[in-house]
Ligand binder design. Structure first.
Ligand SMILES: NC(=O)c1ccc[n+]([C@@H]2O[C@H](COP(=O)([O-])OP(=O)(O)OC[C@H]3O[C@@H](n4cnc5c(N)ncnc54)[C@H](O)[C@@H]3O)[C@@H](O)[C@H]2O)c1
Length: 272
């Protein structure tokens, strides 16, 4: 089965937000498939810990780069360093992102917070994709020169008025992914992952905090469990593998059915 093989041998993967949560999950999974890695994050301590852990467990080369992806000069330097350290970057997981607050009235969102969220979640992913794609598209791998995988969110598909800046930024990520897929075809595929509710650093790894967020949003997951990091990593592995070589411009929703199924029949009390 291809998923168990080292199908990323000789290939480099760059993961932003690589120190924690999904980013850390991608790093272990790609390392086990033979990829050398660049992990990018602002959390210095966690980045060091994750990089050492991945290197030790997988035996692959792991380059940690501290970079705030919302800062243009830092992104440019990071991309330059990444290509200097690795022969190639075949996979880019454009994954760093965050949400900063919850609003009963979306119109009370402060401009500064709106700008902060857009700078990280949307413009940050745009700048990283642009800087990496410049060189990625010149790579001579066949049949594809590389693959870009954005982390969006179901909040970008079913917008959440409690998270106005976050929802707008993630809807923007899905639009950006499609623009990039058009512009980088036929040599680079560009897709997105849209997770639902998964326990990561986004909830400070606190299940109670995640449960509360779900309750406030009246969220019921049709598949009746919480999402895990592995649920999202598995789909990212599929996109990174040759099995998905004919897919580009697609948003993979990985949420147990929240966005596309809605309230499941078993949840309704009526026997009619
Ligand atoms: N956890 C969920 O349920 C969920 C759902 C939908 C989407 N997402 C998205 O998944 C992505 C990864 O988040 P996660 O859930 O793994 O959370 P996480 O907090 O565990 O990981 C995010 C990582 O990004 C890093 N980061 C934050 N700001 C940065 C910056 N300016 N520059 C570089 N790195 C930065 C953090 O230090 C952290 O290591 C984010 O884009 C998030 O919006 C998460």
């Amino acid at each position: 089965m291809i998923m168990d093989e080292k199908f990323l041998e000789g290939r480099g993967a760059l993961i932003t937000g690589g120190a924690s949560g999904f980013g850390r999950g991608f790093a272990y999974a790609y390392g086990h498939r033979g990829a050398d890695l660049v992990l990018v994050d602002i959390n210095e301590e966690l980045l060091e810990e994750t990089s050492k852990g991945v290197e030790k467990e997988t035996g692959q080369k792991v380059i940690p780069i501290i970079c705030d992806v919302s800062k243009p000069d830092q992104v440019q330097n990071m991309a330059k360093q990444a290509f200097n350290e690795l022969d190639n970057i075949y996979i880019l997981n454009n994954n760093a992102g965050a949400g900063y607050g919850f609003y009963r009235d979306p119109l009370r969102l402060k401009d500064e917070l709106f700008e902060k969220t857009i700078a990280l979640n949307l413009k940050g992913q745009w700048m990283v994709a642009r800087e990496v794609a410049k060189k990625m598209k010149k790579q001579t791998f066949e049949p594809l020169a590389g693959k870009i995988i954005h982390t969006a969110s179901i909040a970008g598909v079913r917008v959440d008025p409690g998270l106005p800046d976050y929802s707008i930024s993630k809807a923007g990520v899905i639009a950006m992914m499609q623009i990039l897929a058009q512009s980088l075809a036929p040599r680079i595929t560009v897709n997105a992952l849209s997770p639902g509710y998964h326990l990561t650093g986004a909830y400070k790894n606190n299940l109670e905090a995640m449960k509360m967020t779900m309750e406030e949003g009246h969220v019921k997951t049709p598949l009746n469990r919480y999402g895990t990091v592995e649920d999202v990593v598995n789909v990212s592995l599929f996109i990174a593998s040759p099995m998905s070589n004919f897919i580009t411009g697609h948003n993979f929703i990985v949420d147990g059915g929240i966005a596309e199924v809605g309230i499941p029949a078993y949840y309704l009390k009526s026997n009619l």
